[in-house]
Design a binder for this molecule. Structure first.
Ligand code: SIN
Length: 548
């Protein structure tokens, strides 16, 4: 399936690097996937350069509330965790990847605790476990009640800072991949703001590059992701010609605090764990509507809850539904959900006495840079870990609290692969033909188009409209856009938007978090992975990959 249009944003050419740094491996990103990749690489004796776009603790990980899923209790087993993961993934999970995730998960959790992360415990001193959507067992470990990501980030950042083998460069936006004459990764170009000698555009050179840049939330107008989530790693990989997959499967979290129709940017999450503790969704008339939707009611897999809410909002002509956690009582709110409690109270809502207005918003992308089960992308020396990657473990819809786990488990495997693969440093080639940069002024209009036409509910009409708009923006982009951080980021979200809309249009079915109004059923013929790469001429080429 080739694209009719010649392209979009081709490989971009940054100004000539003003400085060079060298290491054995470069890790791009400082969430759970990036930090643990760096620690594992260090343990294998490699010199690591970790580059991160803002401050080291500013990625998505810090915002994770619910926790980390792992079969840690005697009543649970990796097999049960696997079953729930596969069911949520709606036929597109890679069974080998999922087996690795659930069997290596408990060990990865113990390792995380050895690095200093402290999880909440029950009165007997065991790790306290709760439940979230799609899980048939209590298996979600949490910290600080609902501040799991903050604790994980704190512990891992401290471990990285205590490692002289890991050099950290902050405020470093990754631009493009550097490659040798035979196509292997040899490093990245970076745009660094204000750190002395390493200021401006530079080259970080190493024969192994691990992308751990997190999510793509800023492609949409309302997201739970922080402002740094502009999909820089996915966009870099697309421009370099690496394969990306499953990018149409964008997860909309069902319960995001509704702040009004004009709210933009990062929105406050109300964790699934609140429903795990007993809160229920109600419509405007007070009806607890999830009981009629799924045997697990309010704890159905996330895509099912998000769709049910959207249908209810349409049927009742409302802009949100309500989450009722009043019966949980003040003690539970204070002890288990201090972050959510504060975030609601700041906005004049007291969950102890009030219903919480919630609506779905972008939260996660299940696809990304296509990798094997050891994190290798289709480009030699380029690896991807965490949300930026498509290992296939999430299929069409990620099971709640499997994301931090994926970062923990696959970072270890990637470090082992980097150390086993014969990667040789070589002189990078000059970069290819420049594409266009998209100015930041187009960011908000682009997000609006993506919200309206490629959001929760999609159709051929809406997706064609989005595709035409995006193509026109690229076609008419001025040639003299300055290479600022904001313009690069806008270009990155434009690149991802184009692949996402293409995939959503091609996939003529409804499956997991991809919901087509004009193709409302799942189709057996579509039980395949859609994989796309950009060829040297800047044209997208998509193929179908069987799912075992
Ligand atoms: C949540 O706490 O509801 C989010 C958990 C997740 O995205 O896995």
């Amino acid at each position: 399936m080739q694209s009719e249009h010649a392209l979009i944003c081709g490989p971009l050419r940054a100004p000539a690097p003003g400085w060079t740094a060298r290491a054995d491996a470069i890790v791009v990103g400082s969430g759970v996937a990036g930090l643990t990749s760096a620690l594992h690489l260090r343990d294998l004796g490699l010199r690591v350069l970790l580059v991160t776009k803002a401050q080291i603790d500013e990625g998505s990980t810090r915002w994770a509330q619910g926790g980390i899923a792992a079969a840690l209790s005697e009543e649970d087993s990796p097999e049960d965790h696997m079953t729930d993961t596969m069911v949520a993934g709606a036929g597109l999970c890679d069974p080998d990847g999922v087996t690795i995730l659930v069997t290596e998960g408990p060990h990865a959790m113990r390792e995380l605790m050895e690095w200093g992360a402290r999880f909440d415990t029950d009165p007997s001193g065991s790790i306290a476990l709760t439940r979230e959507g799609g899980h048939h067992r209590d298996r979600i470990a949490h910290a600080g009640g609902d501040a799991t990501g903050r604790e994980v980030s704190r512990a891992l950042v401290a471990a990285v800072h205590a490692s002289p083998e890991i050099e950290v460069i902050e405020n470093a936006l990754v631009l493009d991949l550097l490659r040798s004459a035979d196509g292997a990764a040899q490093g990245v170009t970076l745009h660094v703001i204000g750190t002395g000698q390493r200021d401006g555009v530079g080259a970080a050179l190493a024969p192994a590059v691990i992308l751990a840049t997190g999510g793509i939330g800023q492609v949409f107008g309302q997201t739970t992701n922080p402002y740094v989530s502009t999909g820089d790693g996915v966009a870099l990989a697309v421009r370099a010609g690496a394969s990306v997959a499953d990018i149409e499967f964008v997860q909309f979290h069902p319960t995001v605090l509704w702040l009004g129709p004009h709210a933009q940017g990062q929105q406050p999450l109300v964790s699934e764990a609140v429903r795990g503790e007993g809160a229920v969704l109600r419509d405007d008339a007070g009806v607890a509507f999830m009981a009629d939707e799924h045997p697990l009611a309010d704890l159905a897999p996330r895509d099912i809850v998000a769709k049910a809410i959207m249908r209810r909002m349409r049927a009742t002509g409302t802009e949100h539904v309500w989450l009722d956690g009043r019966h949980l009582g003040a003690d539970v709110w204070v002890r288990r959900f201090p972050t959510i409690l504060e975030s609601c109270r700041l906005r004049g809502i007291d969950p102890v006495t009030d219903l919480i207005p919630v609506a779905p918003a972008q939260h996660y992308v299940s696809g990304g840079v296509r990798t094997d089960i050891d994190g290798r992308s289709s480009i030699r020396g380029l690896y991807a870990c965490g949300e930026v990657a498509c290992t296939g473990v999430h299929g069409a819809n990620r099971l709640a609290s499997n994301s931090l786990l994926e970062g923990l488990v696959f970072s270890r495997r990637i470090a082992a692969a980097v150390s086993a693969d014969e990667l040789l440093p070589a002189e990078p080639m000059p970069q290819g033909t420049p594409g266009v940069l998209i100015p930041v002024q187009l960011r908000r209009p682009m997000q609006r188009i993506m919200d309206e036409d490629a959001g929760v509910l999609r159709s051929a009409t809406s997706l064609r409209r989005a595709a035409a708009w995006l193509a026109e923006v690229v076609r008419s982009a001025p040639q003299d856009v300055r290479p600022t951080t904001e313009n690069w980021e806008t270009t990155n979200i434009m690149t991802i938007a184009q692949v996402l809309v293409r995939h959503a249009l091609l996939r003529e079915e409804t499956r997991g978090s991809h919901w087509r109004e004009d193709f409302p059923e799942s189709e057996v013929d579509w039980q395949v992975r859609l994989v796309t790469h950009m060829d040297a001429a800047g044209t997208f080429d998509s193929t179908l990959e069987p799912v075992p």
